[in-house]
Ligand binder design. Structure first.
Ligand SMILES: Cc1cc2nc3c(=O)[nH]c(=O)nc-3n(C[C@H](O)[C@H](O)[C@H](O)COP(=O)(O)OP(=O)(O)OC[C@H]3O[C@@H](n4cnc5c(N)ncnc54)[C@H](O)[C@@H]3O)c2cc1C
Length: 458
């Protein structure tokens, strides 16, 4: 069957692209093998953040006495939490169906696994679809690491852990990245004993050491055991649970095991060879800054390209690709010249945009660092939410913001101050000279910059 546009995968880029093309009158087909909406809606951001909210409610209730409020004993009903999560996920799925329905007759949605059957051609359920433009948005899935004995135990991944309806007695988490940290803290707050095992010296080890340490302090205070800088050697069944053996010969006995050690691209059965699509060593689709794959007319967007794996990045990919295809090369942004902020939804959240101090040092970039503990922010003290740190790097010559990292309450919101500033090419003075509302957390960003001698008011 001949189409103008084929989109494989209904992820964060695939749905809006397919809808926009169909709205424009192009004959479009969207191919999806699972639930519409991809990882974010079904297995990623939406369900996790819904459950993180429940975990925070339990934490706040348990600690209310610190603010002079005595609540009764806290009972966590995991089945109710999972039901609420499922209801919200369903709401989003229905929203996607409505959006695609609104796109009209120009859009066909085909349920099934898509696979290149030749250049410019995709086979689904025994039928073949051709188009001059094919967009691959097939995403990624939890990696299945090669650990001795892993096959012999019933381990959980980031999807299956959200279906548990009974609280694990002792959850052992392999991986101290953002997924391991979010689930680790979530289940600790639900009432599990939690141990996080991480190969690197710190959890969230892409961040500066002092940022990771700020989160580690909170995790330890909440009773999460951290085993860092250690490899897992093997995993074995131990009674009804699991025994994890580490490289230093120590063992951890848990009731449940969550493996969160990265994500692998969904390219293994995509017929990339038949389609002439080149992959990198890790199996991600190779693309240039205009999302062009090695095959004429075939583009790839989102997690499958091996770039930053965030919902907002995939969504932004769709906008850039659409503009590139519709406005022509050279007249629009590309994947190379954009800013990618992110947040980790632990409590406190950790958010960053631009350079970290470690990046700046590694790349030999001159910087001035303004840094302040979150505990120095008046609003944070009033709210009893003092954990964290603010770090802002500026260019010593131009005073432009090079990067900012915030570990602290609502860091995911606060970071947007710097996203907007960097995007606008503004200097730090724009924050310094502004009148900040008191008492707010954002006021703390100005206070942090005032620590620099050049802006000092003391
Ligand atoms: C636990 C977890 C929490 C996360 N939290 C956040 C967060 O807080 N913020 C954030 O920005 N990001 C978060 N992410 C990452 C985010 O979900 C992804 O980066 C985002 O979904 C982008 O994915 P995508 O558009 O590349 O593809 P996806 O959303 O993965 O969609 C790909 C789609 O393609 C389909 N598909 C695959 N192969 C085929 C095929 N051959 N034929 C047909 N269909 C196919 C899949 O079924 C899927 O529906 C989280 C991820 C996880 C796992």
């Amino acid at each position: 069957m001949q189409y103008d546009v084929i989109v494989v995968g209904s992820g964060q880029a695939g749905v809006p692209l397919a809808a926009r093309y169909a709205n424009q009158g192009r004959k479009t087909v969207l191919i999806e093998r699972d639930q519409l909406g991809g990882t974010c809606v079904n297995r990623g951001c939406t369900p996790t953040k819904t459950m993180v909210a429940s975990a925070r409610a339990a934490h706040v209730a348990r600690n209310a006495a610190r603010l002079g409020v005595r609540a009764g004993e806290v009972h966590v009903d995991l089945a109710a939490i999972v039901n609420r999560k499922n209801a919200i996920v369903n709401q989003w799925r229905e929203g996607i169906v409505k959006r695609l329905t609104r796109a009209g007759d120009g859009l066909d949605v085909v349920q099934g696994h898509g696979r290149f059957s030749g250049p410019g051609e995709i086979a689904v359920n025994g039928k073949r679809y051709s188009a001059p433009t094919i967009v691959v948005n097939v995403g990624a899935r939890p990696s299945d690491p090669n650990i001795q004995g892993l096959d012999s135990v019933a381990w959980l991944d980031s999807t299956s852990i959200m279906e548990l309806t009974e609280i694990p007695e002792h959850l052992v988490v392999l991986g101290g990245g953002y997924i391991g940290c979010e689930f680790g803290q979530m289940f600790r707050r639900f009432g599990s004993k939690v141990t996080i095992v991480n190969r690197g010296p710190h959890i969230l080890d892409r961040e500066d050491e002092d940022v990771s340490e700020a989160l580690e302090e909170v995790f330890r205070t909440e009773g999460i055991a951290l085993r860092t800088e250690v490899e897992v050697v093997s995993v074995a069944r131990s009674g009804p649970g699991v025994r994890v053996t580490l490289a230093d010969d120590s063992t951890i006995d848990g009731s449940h095991l969550l493996v969160a050690v990265g994500r692998s691209p969904n390219t293994e059965n995509l017929g990339c060879e038949e389609g002439g699509i080149a992959l990198d060593k890790r199996g991600f689709i190779r693309v240039d800054e205009r999302y062009r794959t090695s095959a004429e007319g075939v583009y790839a967007v989102g997690d499958v390209t091996g770039g930053p794996q965030f919902t907002h990045t995939s969504w932004d990919d769709h906008r850039i690709l659409y503009d590139l295809l519709e406005c022509g090369n050279g007249k629009t942004r590309t994947a190379r010249d954009r800013l990618v902020p992110y947040a980790v939804f632990t409590d406190p959240q950790v958010a960053r945009v631009g350079l970290s101090e470690r990046d700046a040092r590694k790349q030999g970039i001159a910087y001035e660092l303004a840094s302040m503990p979150f505990a120095h922010i008046a609003r944070a003290i009033e709210l009893d939410e003092t954990a964290g740190i603010v770090k802002i790097l500026i260019d010593p010559k131009s005073e432009k913001i090079l990067g900012a990292t915030i570990a602290g309450l609502e860091a995911g919101e606060l970071i947007h101050v710097f996203v907007a500033m960097i995007q606008a090419g503004a200097t730090a003075r724009a924050i310094v000279d502004a009148e900040a509302v008191h008492p707010t957390l954002a006021e703390g960003l100005q206070s942090t910059l005032l620590k620099l001698e050049r802006y000092s008011v003391t």
